[in-house]
Design a protein around this ligand. Structure first.
Ligand code: IFM
Length: 443
């Protein structure tokens, strides 16, 4: 398995970064030394997680981070995208937990020692449970609490951080967590999803000036997930369905951040479904960002139907990933070029892209050719978008290592590094070896 780019690829410029990504709840473990979060509570509810598992130990990363940083160094990554655990850093009374901050000081120092830049996300879905008990993201005040957390974290750790992202994938936190109830905290109702989304976006907007003040030299921004929406057929009703889904799921997040307004589809929502927008909110949300993080895995096909006039068509075909997602690399180029044509974009980082496969370790080897092929196809898509003029600055693979895949528990493996969850042994998959050869051969 070989990964390569043409010699004249914009991705081979000296300042284009290649990295790997993870998140706190999915890898850290060490749950006893932090407050409870909404995912702990969700995991305790029977039937919510496919294999009945939880994040109490996960990849035991907080004990094993030196080994994990050494793996990244060996692979030759330029950057590591991680998230902080809010319930590890902030006590229930809002004061900083110095022991929790120390954990990250050590980890960030370890990264610096390995020559790896830290891209830190403040919120990757692990809301402290006591804040959920007070109303969670349905409550406006949670945005304010997030800002306080952002202030404490960026003051304490800012000198060690290259880039701050406020949120990871607010669509997932809001829509899956409050709209569909398949992620924590498990509420369902479209109106909840939309209201939670507004408070998440508000949290982002309130935190941006705080990050800019505390860390003026860092790249500060937000990470959004996108899935291009394609019509199921040539009929106009399918095109309408795809447009509506795109507005509600993709542009719903990008447009407020980049233009200070929700897409027009808001006019079609019932009054009680609309976000609770107060004066000044949209200006707050559209505070300038230094970068936009784009997470891309697959496209979604929509047909006319369902309560709202659009419904997804389940992906077909022999080559679906272990998540049941279609491999559709051309969607990444299409997405990046489309965003560039719609908006005045800041620099773009592809902050997540990856594939779940049923990887097995046999005689110490994990042979995962489909992951290598997936990476190659998506690098080619990023290369094509950069050549088309999109200002792309980096590509992060999801994920550094196999981890807790939310409602799927440990049944889905996204890592470049295989983790044996019984022994915590790490093994470079063949794709990681190809990634290492590619990264080391670049300069
Ligand atoms: O594991 C998740 C990650 O937490 C957020 N983006 C998508 C990944 C794969 O589902």
């Amino acid at each position: 398995m070989n990964l390569k780019l043409p010699k004249d690829s914009p991705l081979l410029a000296d300042d284009f970064l290649f990295g790997v990504a993870t998140s706190s709840f999915q890898i850290e473990g060490a749950a006893e030394s932090r407050l409870k979060c909404i995912w702990d509570t969700f995991c305790e509810q029977p039937g919510k997680i496919r294999d009945g598992s939880n994040g109490l130990v996960a990849c035991d990363h907080l004990d094993r981070w030196p080994e994990d940083v050494a793996l990244m160094k060996d692979m030759g990554v330029d950057a590591y995208r991680l998230s902080l655990s809010w319930p590890r850093i902030i006590r229930e009374d809002g004061s900083p937990n110095e022991a929790g901050l120390d954990v990250y000081r050590r980890l960030l120092d370890g990264l610096a020692g390995a020559g790896i830049r830290a891209f830190v996300t403040l919120y990757h879905w692990d809301l402290p449970q006591h804040l959920e008990d007070a109303g969670g993201w349905l409550r406006r005040d949670t945005s304010k609490r997030f800002t306080d957390y952002a202030d404490i974290a960026s003051r304490a750790l800012g000198d060690r951080v290259h880039s701050w992202a406020t949120l990871n994938e607010p669509w997932c936190a809001a829509h899956l967590g409050y709209g569909m109830g398949i992620h924590a905290p498990g509420l369902s109702g479209t109106q909840y999803g939309i209201k939670a989304a507004h408070h998440l976006l508000l949290a982002h907007g309130l935190a941006m000036p705080v990050l800019a003040d505390n860390c003026p030299n860092a790249l500060n921004g937000i990470v959004l997930n996108f899935s291009p929406c394609h019509p199921a057929g040539p009929e106009p009703e399918h095109a309408r369905a795809a447009r509506m889904a795109d507005d509600l799921y993709n542009q719903w997040y990008a447009r407020p951040v980049l233009c200070g307004e929700y897409p027009e589809v808001m006019e079609h929502l019932a009054a009680d479904e609309r976000p609770d927008i107060e004066a000044g909110d949209m200006a707050t949300i559209s505070h300038p960002i230094d970068f936009l993080g784009v997470n891309y895995y697959t496209r979604t096909v929509y047909r006319h139907g369902g309560e709202r006039g659009f419904e997804p068509v389940p992906p077909q075909g022999p080559h679906l990933t272990d998540m049941g997602w279609e491999v559709y690399p051309q969607g990444l180029e299409e997405l990046l070029v489309d965003l560039d044509s719609r908006y005045e974009l800041p620099p773009i980082l592809v902050t997540e892209n990856g594939i779940a496969l049923p990887d097995e370790r046999v005689d110490g080897i994990v042979n995962d050719p489909r992951r290598g092929q997936y990476i190659q196809q998506h690098l080619d898509a990023v290369d094509a978008a950069a050549r088309a003029g999109v200002d792309l600055r980096g590509y992060f693979h999801w994920s550094l290592m196999d981890n807790f895949e939310w409602a799927e528990g440990y049944t889905k493996r996204f890592g470049l590094v295989h983790v044996d969850f019984d022994t915590q042994e790490r093994t470079l998959k063949d794709s990681a070896k190809a990634w290492r050869a590619f990264l080391q051969g670049r300069r």
